[in-house]
Unconditional design. Structure first.
Length: 374
């Protein structure tokens, strides 16, 4: 599997729109997006940065077109497979300040097409989240975030979210009944999640706004796959825009025999192919472009090579001390890429990477448009 910035066969037909119409259409986790009013600097960087996927220089060409930012590194739930509940506890609890976020966007914003506003914590625990979204949107960046939906929103908070201009919101709903839902979203309440969804949609419609697009996400696991039809019907009744099914993320660092416990019976929903009747993952070729195609900022302000550096062992620098782009192109970054060797290495974040050996092109394997069916 090759993870590239953008595949040339997908980009070539869109060059005219990018250069003349100043817009670019792309997909992320099977959802469609359109970046518009793209400035010359951003468009030029898109092509320059694209060279990285072919040449893999130790010091990247251009600047990242994608950013992943962690608003907070702790969570209000205890999901058994999530590294927030296990490995990342070795990090000090941190909440990204708006000032640091603003500094990051001021540094990178002229180059970014897409901002993924989450990592290991629950983004809605950061009280400045909507302010952050609005600031990134003012720089012409597509902004996408995700939530477990268990931070109750009042009308004013839901209105602020709609007014922020957020392009899309993933809401995790891994069960159609409380009994099934709480098996994985431990400490969570399905009724709170559904209430938040209804509130956001109601306010969005009252403002006649098309955003945020609501994606009800169902992570398919052995204990919940029987409820997929019920969850699909629930999504339709709620009036969300999309219903998507995602393969389960099973990092060996969280325990042993995870595949035997969590891998769904239905092969189509599995992230991995297994040898015979065992749950030994078959080895697949994997080429990773994370250190070249995106910049990742964690909640304490550390620029890290990938979101799976959940222990911050390979920090490239802190934005309190230097600019994010300087850190990304620093000597530390150069040394990391030199040793990285395109996925064939012994870094702890790579050995157990859950994208490794995956047989699916995207962790999201199925998308259903719900809005047009209502």
């Amino acid at each position: 599997m090759s993870i590239v910035i953008f595949k040339m066969k997908d980009v070539l037909p869109k060059i005219f729109n990018l250069l003349i119409k100043r817009q670019f259409d792309f997909e992320f986790e099977l959802l469609p997006y359109r970046a518009q009013e793209i400035g010359f600097r951003k468009a030029a960087n898109f092509f320059v940065a694209g060279l990285n996927q072919y040449l893999q220089p130790e010091r990247p060409f251009g600047y990242p077109v994608i950013a992943q930012v962690e608003p907070v590194n702790y969570c209000n739930l205890q999901c058994p497979l999530c590294l927030t509940s296990s490995m990342t506890k070795s990090r000090k609890p941190a909440l990204l300040s708006f000032d640091k976020f603003q500094k990051f966007i001021d540094d990178c914003g002229d180059y970014l097409l897409h901002l993924i506003l989450w990592d290991w914590g629950e983004p809605f625990l950061n009280p400045d989240l909507c302010r952050m979204i609005a600031y990134a949107k003012s720089k012409g960046i597509i902004v996408h975030t995700s939530t477990n939906g268990n931070v109750p929103l009042d009308d004013a908070q839901a209105e602020a979210l709609v007014d922020s201009g957020l392009d899309s919101l993933v809401v995790a709903v891994d069960g159609a009944t409380q009994k099934t839902y709480e098996q994985y979203r431990q400490g969570g309440r399905l009724d709170v999640v559904l209430s938040n969804i209804r509130k956001i949609i109601r306010i969005r419609e009252s403002k006649r706004s098309g955003v945020p697009v609501i994606n009800m996400r169902f992570v398919v696991m052995r204990h919940n796959e029987s409820e997929i039809p019920l969850a699909r019907e629930l999504a339709k009744n709620l009036g969300v825009d999309y219903f998507t099914l995602k393969t389960v993320d099973m990092n060996p660092q969280t325990g042993v025999e995870l595949d035997e416990i969590y891998a769904p019976e239905e092969v189509h929903y599995r992230r991995y192919e297994y040898d015979g009747n065992s749950f030994e993952r078959k080895q697949k070729r994997f080429v990773c472009m994370r250190p070249w195609k995106r910049i990742t900022l964690e909640a304490s302000g550390e620029v890290i090579p990938c979101e799976y550096d959940y222990l911050n062992r390979y920090s490239l620098g802190n934005i309190a001390e230097r600019s994010a782009l300087d850190a990304w192109k620093s000597a530390k970054g150069k040394d990391f890429r030199k040793a990285f060797n395109l996925g064939h290495n012994d870094f702890y974040l790579c050995r157990d990477c859950t994208y490794k050996n995956s047989v699916v092109g995207d962790c999201v394997v199925e998308r259903q448009v719900m809005r047009n069916e209502k």
